[in-house]
Ligand binder design. Structure first.
Ligand code: MF3
Ligand code: CO
Length: 236
């Protein structure tokens, strides 16, 4: 999982310089798929429940699971959430970032920052002895404190020899509930947050998830190992 995570981290880092006005989301898919294969790994998303690409590219009001397309050209002021999963020797990694395209509005920048910050608030509870919903509550509290909302219909998850394992990890909820965290657990923690209200809907392509009110959305995800001490981040 460490090896898989390193590849995912490398790709997310490399995308920072490649995401600019004029590229298509299909260009992003081609880069991600080639880089994964060059590392001797497999794209975790391709073929997953019939998903047709190696990466999810969700633009502006799209929340998650946007399908790359040659017709989707990024333009100045957009934000784009990129979700990457890799498999190395049957072990998975999963991570996501939201990127600015050129100059973006102050509100969009605040939204992107809040998604990342909320992940790190949750990470403070990724230690043995805390309960799972301590992580969820910390994320929700930060996001709502910034004046944004937490998506309810999609959640984080355990990860290992499958992409989605137990437990589900909501980014909202009351502290002090759910399983106690213990060394060896590996969690994909992934706040998805909206500038407006939290309800979302799935488009006719059966994948793309958008905010119902058309407001912007941001996503930040890492694969995290619970240890006896500091949590270990596999995808940074
Ligand atoms: N990264 C997503 C998740 O955490 C998975 C993408 S769904 C896929 O659940 F179908 F596109 F693979
Ligand atoms: Co995930």
């Amino acid at each position: 999982m460490r090896e898989a995570g390193k590849c995912t981290a490398f790709i997310l880092e490399a995308l920072q310089d490649r995401i600019r006005p004029g590229i298509s989301t299909l260009d992003i898919d081609r880069f991600v798929e080639k880089t994964i294969k060059d590392h001797g790994m497999l794209p975790a998303f391709k073929g997953y429940n019939g998903y047709p690409a190696s990466v999810c590219t969700s633009v502006n009001q799209q929340v998650v699971h946007g399908i790359p397309s040659a017709r989707c050209i990024l333009k100045e002021g957009d934000i784009v959430s990129i979700d990457v999963g890799t498999i190395y020797r049957s072990y998975y990694s999963d991570a996501a970032r939201t990127y600015p395209v050129g100059e973006i509005s102050p509100e969009a920048a605040r939204l992107i920052a809040a998604a990342k910050e909320s992940f790190f608030k949750g990470l403070q509870f990724c230690r043995q002895g805390y309960r799972l919903s301590d992580v969820s509550a910390a994320i929700q509290s930060h996001v709502e404190g910034e004046g944004f909302s937490v998506v309810r219909e999609f959640v984080g998850h355990g990860i290992g020899r499958k992409m989605h394992e137990e437990p589900q990890i909501p980014n909202y909820g009351r502290a002090g509930r759910g399983p106690k965290l213990a060394p060896g657990m590996v969690l994909a923690i992934e706040p998805m947050i909206n500038a407006g209200d939290w309800p979302v809907e799935v488009l006719d392509d059966d994948w793309t998830v958008e905010t119902r009110d058309g407001s912007l959305s941001a996503h930040y995800e890492n694969t995290v190992v619970i240890t006896e001490g500091e949590p270990e981040l596999l995808t940074i």
